[in-house]
Ligand binder design. Structure first.
Ligand SMILES: [Zn+2]
Length: 946
């Protein structure tokens, strides 16, 4: 039976029993902070089990994507372990119980219409005290006693050992179903959990079950491993040989250029690569990229582990990403959406691989050296400090070091590793602060439970002071609860009210500001935060005295609130425009909404080109100008979904939820405060588009007053650039190009020793391209082109222009000085030389000439003289003397060296230097001795040639 067929049959079967078929939850449930990855089918029904949510159904069945890392070291080594796998499940929330759960499992497994497994191949376990389950299996199903094993609480209870060890809460016995393999041995394929107890307190002595109280509403939670059951039905040796996984193994063998052999080291590696490729593709598909923390770190580890396997098969270039297509292909029936993101996913995997391959050589050499050293020292434990260093220097995760160590039978010092990393964190100032949940806010939360928010419809309301707390520590729960504060001061305080129109920072929108006041005091609110369901007003007492129980008026600063609303509503419009112009994958990854400023992070592998960015902006402005109504309604989650409301991957929303709609084009579930019409956004301007991390881009934009100010500043900037350069703003961009080009050319001339004349003032030559300064888009385009040309941020443009103009002036001065020296010519110098034998000797001071110019003359003189030549020139710049000397080839052939000649002269002016035999340069510090030095140089050459 094919895997896809098995999955369908299972879901079909339980649907036929009245279970509602629900889709798999996401793999990384952002809504559930208690897990990094969905570990089992029941995770999405946690609140159902606890009776926290209204139930639309009481029976469900799913096939859930799961990821577990507990057995990560067994992946590839054993037949049945995975990190990523699918789990088939059926669930009852106070509906059917043990009797049906057991009967249905048996029917599905053995009935010819379904799996048709011969009954004698199956055996079961039950919890030792669960006579009820034993009775059903034995008396009703007819399983002989020999095939029903009673097990202890550590094996057949959920959570394991709960009766004697806890935790308190919902728990229950399980019954596992085993399949006898062809060649002997058995595998567990299905686990039925009967959650029927509430555990309270410690057990009575000698009676571990004495603390278990029957639940009024009993639940069923079962899980059947899809891959494992498929492998049993297909009679293959491991999960990796089933029809849906083996094509990936084969693709991996091809990509790695090795043959797949079941028993070999490479066989194990290819199976591990297959597993890790699946885990990475499914996770990155959900926009969770490899990184340094939490789920992202797990994905980094999996990719790096796979890379290490590849490395051991002699691969030195990224390869894992090439399996993305094979993974998507293998899952195309249940998860066709994977095929839509293969390019993005592959790119992310490749980037992570490349980063690791860049350092892996160094890391592996270090590890090998370490292991060799350990062996020769008879050590067996890898020191934690080494692992910490490997991680910091080479990016080798400690778990990989541990795995490699285990292959050598070494153990790993996790304590030492932890200490080394703590020390590192301390050294780099990133130590963690432990927060205890016993502070003043937690105390208030116990008493008040929540602060009702009344600020959607109004910005002012009556309220009562419920808590006064010292300190302002952002989100921490520190400080003291006070009953009153007697006089105003600068000391930061926090107030909690019985209700509030102030929006506490959440969902990316920053908190409101304003005042809370009564006849007796004024409290200036500078920020509003949330502590769970409490709204916490941060600020200072600026007038009077405040007392707990005071009746007050809370007034939100309307201008600030409106500026926030402009930015928030614009964020929704931008989100929509991104979908139009970049694609549906451009999903929100994070956002920050401030007064007339917004930051929006979204999924996209590449930078957005300028023309597309312009289209996005135009689109947003069009929707603003369309004056569409903005409204919000409280609707059921199902209705919101029906209406096509944008929901974020992995986010769990309350039901009912708040849906914000704009015209017909945008619906998002959102708790923020908004405008009532899109036209109130007034203005919108994108100011930044940049990368945040692999696969995530950021747009920063301005709205309202800020956008208009930015426009004005942009226009002023072009004007002030033009003014400084001395041209019309329409010519500014071309002038900046001309200025930078000219400065570059001047630098070249100076270093080449040229001596050209340049006008003192920079004059702009008429350019073809000019900016239409009445068109703002054109103005902004010019400003952007100028900042790019100058390679500075917009705020540094003017300064950069000034420094370019100063550079230009200085370079022209230098050239002028050189030109002064250049009133001499090679011919003048030859005329002033003397001829000794057939050698021309020129020793002269050339005022103002720089070394480049001097070398140029020496070359010319050597060319112009028929016989040999020896030239030594000198100039004085400030307190320094520069000497350059050159000899013709014929003299060098006689054994003379320019370096010696120039060096001797330089020592006469208190310096030294050297160079090649035919050309050398030296410096000196004593210009007053230059005449003697030159005389000495002449004398030396006369002697040499005489
Ligand atoms: Zn929103």
């Amino acid at each position: 039976m094919k895997t896809d067929e098995l999955r369908e049959k299972y879901l079909d079967f339980f649907q036929s029993k009245g279970c509602t078929r629900c889709p798999s939850d996401v793999l990384v449930p952002a809504w559930d902070p208690s897990v990094l990855f969905t570990p089992a089918g029941m995770n999405q029904f946690k609140d159902h089990f606890l009776g926290k949510v209204k139930l639309d159904f009481t029976k469900a069945t799913t096939c859930q994507k799961c990821l577990r890392t507990g057995d990560i070291d067994n992946v590839g080594r054993t037949a049945f372990h995975h990190t990523f796998f699918e789990m088939l499940g059926n669930f009852s929330f106070g509906d059917y119980f043990k009797e049906e759960a057991i009967h249905w499992a048996w029917e599905f497994l053995t009935d010819k219409k379904w799996l048709g497994i011969p009954g004698e191949r199956l055996s079961v376990t039950v919890y030792k005290d669960d006579d009820e389950a034993h009775g059903i299996w034995h008396n009703k199903i007819g399983l002989p006693d020999a095939r029903i094993v009673r097990m202890d609480e550590d094996e057949n209870f959920w959570p394991a050992s709960a009766p004697s060890e806890g935790p308190d809460g919902v728990c229950g016995p399980c019954s596992e179903i085993y399949y006898q393999l062809e060649g002997g041995g058995e595998v567990e394929i299905w686990n039925l959990v009967f959650t029927q107890f509430n555990r309270i307190g410690d057990p009575v002595k000698g009676d571990p079950a004495g603390n278990l109280h029957p639940l009024p509403s009993k639940n069923i939670d079962t899980g059947m491993g899809l891959e494992r059951t498929a492998s049993v039905l297909q009679g293959v040796p491991t999960n990796f040989h089933i029809d849906s996984l083996f094509p990936i193994v084969e693709a991996a063998a091809e990509v790695c250029g090795v043959k797949y052999e079941y028993q070999s080291d490479n066989g194990r590696r290819l199976r591990r690569i297959t597993d890790h490729a699946r885990a990475s593709v499914f996770t990155i598909h959900e926009n969770v990229y490899p990184g340094a923390k939490d789920a992202r770190y797990v994905i980094r580890r999996l990719i790096r582990r796979a890379v290490l396997d590849g490395y051991q098969m002699n691969l030195r270039e990224p390869f894992l990403y090439k399996l993305t297509e094979a993974v998507a292909q293998s899952a195309k029936v249940p998860y066709p959406e994977l095929s839509q993101t293969t390019a993005r996913v592959a790119e992310a995997i490749q980037a992570e691989e490349k980063a690791f391959f860049d350092t892996i050589d160094g890391g592996m050499k270090r590890i090998e050296k370490l292991f060799t050293q350990m062996k020769s020292d008879s050590q067996v434990m890898v020191p934690g400090i080494e692992a910490a260093d490997l991680q910091k220097t080479y990016g080798v995760p400690p778990e990989l070091v541990q795995t490699l160590a285990a292959e050598q039978n070494f153990t790993f010092d996790w304590n030492g590793y932890g200490e080394a990393m703590d020390q590192h964190a301390k050294d780099s100032g990133a130590g963690q602060v432990v927060l205890f949940q016993t502070g003043p806010l937690e105390t208030l939360k116990e008493a008040l439970r929540e602060t009702p928010f009344v600020g959607y419809e109004k910005t002012q309301s009556d309220a009562v002071v419920k808590g006064i707390i010292t300190g302002e520590s952002e989100k921490g729960d520190e400080g003291k609860l006070l009953s009153h504060v007697g006089r105003p001061s600068d000391t930061p305080l926090r107030l909690v009210l019985n209700q509030s129109p102030f929006y506490g920072e959440s969902g990316g929108q920053v908190g409101d500001v304003g005042v809370i006041e009564s006849d007796g005091f004024t409290f200036q609110v500078t920020d509003t935060q949330r502590h769970a369901a409490l709204i916490v007003h941060h600020g200072t007492l600026v007038r009077g005295a405040i007392r707990e129980g005071d009746e007050v008026t809370a007034k939100v600063d309307i201008d600030h609130r409106t500026a926030l609303a402009r930015a928030h509503s614009a964020t929704h419009i931008l989100h929509h425009a991104l979908h139009n112009h970049v694609g549906r994958h451009a999903e929100q990854q994070g956002s920050k909404v401030e007064a007339d400023r917004l930051r929006f992070d979204f999924t996209n592998p590449k930078a957005i080109p300028d023309p597309t960015l312009a289209l996005i902006e135009t689109d947003v402005l069009a929707m603003v100008n369309d004056s569409k109504e903005i409204r919000w309604d409280t609707v059921s989650l199902a209705d919101a979904r029906e209406a096509g409301a944008m929901m974020l991957f992995g986010e769990k929303y309350p039901d009912p939820c708040r849906m914000v709609s704009m015209g017909d084009f945008s619906r998002e579930l959102c708790g923020g405060t908004h405008l009532t019409n899109t036209s109130q956004v007034e203005a919108f301007e994108v100011v930044v588009e940049e990368s945040v991390s692999t696969g995530t881009r950021r747009i920063e934009a301005l709205t309202g007053k800020r956008a208009l100010e930015h426009r004005k500043q942009t226009q002023e900037l072009l004007a002030s650039v033009a003014k400084r350069i001395g041209c019309d703003p329409s010519q500014a961009e071309a002038a900046v190009v001309q200025l930078t080009t000219e400065v570059r050319a001047l630098k070249k001339e100076v270093s080449a020793g040229k001596s050209a004349e340049h006008p003192n003032e920079f004059t702009v030559s008429k350019s073809e391209s000019s900016t239409d300064t009445s068109d703002y888009q054109a103005v902004r385009g010019s400003v952007r082109a100028i900042t790019r040309r100058l390679n500075v941020s917009i705020s540094d443009v003017v300064e950069r222009i000034d420094s370019l103009l100063a550079d230009r002036k200085r370079l022209i001065e230098e050239l002028k000085t050189a030109t002064a020296g250049g009133q001499l010519s090679a011919d003048d110098l030859i005329a002033g030389g003397e001829t000794i034998g057939d050698t021309l000797v020129v020793v002269a001071e050339t005022p103002g000439a720089n070394p480049n110019i001097m070398r140029g003359w020496i070359d010319q003189i050597r060319k112009k003289s028929d016989g040999g030549s020896a030239v030594l020139l000198a100039s004085v710049a400030g307190e320094k003397v520069v000497l350059v000397g050159g000899l013709s080839k014929s003299l060098v052939a006689q054994g003379l060296k320019a370096g010696d000649w120039v060096g001797a002269a330089a020592s006469a002016v208190g310096g030294g230097g050297g160079g090649r035999p035919d050309m050398a340069q030296a410096g000196g510090k004593d210009p007053s001795k230059l005449p003697q030095a030159l005389e000495q140089a002449k004398a030396t050459m006369r002697k040499n040639l005489g």
